[in-house]
Design a protein around this ligand. Structure first.
Ligand code: ADP
Ligand code: MG
Length: 249
C-alpha cells in the first residue's frame, strides 16, 4: 500500500532519517517504535509531505508521492494526527472535524476559519463528512460542545476525527496514547481496532509498549534514523538489536 525506498532526510549534519525502506500492508496496524529522537515523527513528516526527503522515494497505491505537498498527500488518502494536540479548543467539536474535511478539498485552513463565500458553498458537504467522522470516533453526542471542554481522551478523539474527515485510506497516528491513563489507552485501542475493522490501514508511533504489543500486526524499529528491525511483535521483543537500542538509550 505504502512503499518507502531508501528514504532519508538531513538537517545540517544530522541524518534524522537515513536509508529507510519498508512497506505497509493494507488492513494492518504497523507500529513505528524506537528511542527518543530515533526519527519516528520525522518519518511521518516525510510521508505526509511536511518535510521533503533528501533521498529516496515514497509510493502510495502505486503512485509516486515523494514530492507532493501536504494537502496533495491528504487528497491521495493519507491523513495524520500530531504528537501534540492541534485541535481548536474554543471551536466546537463539529467545527474541528469540518476543518479536517476542508484540508482535503483545498490547501487553506484559513478559508475554513474565515468562512469565505467559496467556503460556505461547500459547507453542507463538509458537515456531512465531519458528522460521519465524529460518529466513527464516538463523539456524535458531543458535536456542539467546545472541543476544549472534552477530556484529554475526548480531545484526542477530536484530533482523530479531524484526520478521518478527509476519508483517508491510511491513517498515521503520532503517539495517540500520550497523556492517557490505562483505561483511556484501552478505549483508544478499541477505537483503532474498530477503524481497522472498517477497512482503514493504520501506522502509529507509540511509546506505550502495552498498546504496541496488544495492537500491532507488525513493528518497524528505528534507531538513530535507521531501521534496525521489522517483524511481528513477538519476534521484535526478542530481537537483540532492539533490546540493545532501548537499553543503550
Ligand atoms: P522521534 O519522534 O523518534 O522522537 P524525531 O523524528 O522528532 O524523533 O527527531 C529525530 C531527530 O531529528 C532529532 O534529533 C530531532 O532533533 C531532529 N529533527 C527533527 N525535526 C527537525 C528539524 N525540523 N530541524 C532540525 N532537526 C530536526
Ligand atoms: Mg516523535
Amino acid at each position: 500500500m505504502l512503499e518507502v525506498r531508501g528514504l532519508g532526510i538531513r538537517f545540517g549534519g544530522l541524518h534524522a532519517v537515513q536509508n529507510v525502506s519498508t512497506a505497509l500492508t493494507p488492513g494492518h496496524i504497523t507500529a513505528i517504535i524506537g528511542p527518543n529522537g530515533a526519527g519516528k515523527s520525522t518519518f511521518f513528516n516525510l510521508i505526509s509531505g511536511f518535510y521533503q526527503p533528501t533521498s529516496g522515494s515514497i509510493h502510495f497505491l502505486g503512485e509516486d508521492i515523494t514530492r507532493l505537498r501536504t494537502h496533495e498527500v491528504v487528497g491521495r488518502g493519507i491523513a495524520r494526527t500530531f504528537q501534540t494536540t492541534t485541535i481548536y479548543k474554543e471551536l466546537s467539536v463539529l467545527d474541528n472535524a469540518m476543518i479536517g474535511h476542508r484540508v482535503r478539498t483545498r490547501a487553506g485552513v484559513l478559508d475554513a476559519l474565515l468562512r469565505t463565500g467559496r467556503e460556505r458553498r461547500d459547507e453542507a458537504a463538509s458537515r456531512a463528512e465531519a458528522l460521519r467522522a465524529l460518529k466513527r470516533v464516538g463523539l456524535s453526542d458531543r458535536a456542539h460542545l467546545p472541543a476544549g471542554a472534552l477530556t484529554q481522551e475526548g480531545q484526542k478523539r477530536v484530533g482523530i476525527a479531524m484526520a478521518l474527515a478527509s476519508d483517508p485510506k491510511l491513517l498515521l497516528l503520532d503517539e495517540p496514547a500520550a497523556g492517557m491513563n490505562p483505561e483511556e489507552t484501552v478505549n483508544l485501542m478499541g477505537l483503532i481496532r474498530e477503524l481497522v475493522g472498517g477497512g482503514l490501514t493504520v501506522a502509529l508511533v507509540e511509546h506505550k509498549m502495552s498498546l504496541v504489543m496488544g495492537l500491532a500486526d507488525e513493528i518497524v524499529v528505528l534507531h538513530h534514523g535507521q531501521k534496525i528491525a521489522q517483524g511481528a511483535p513477538a519476534d521484535i521483543s526478542r530481537d537483540p538489536a532492539v533490546v540493545e537500542a532501548y537499553l543503550g538509550s
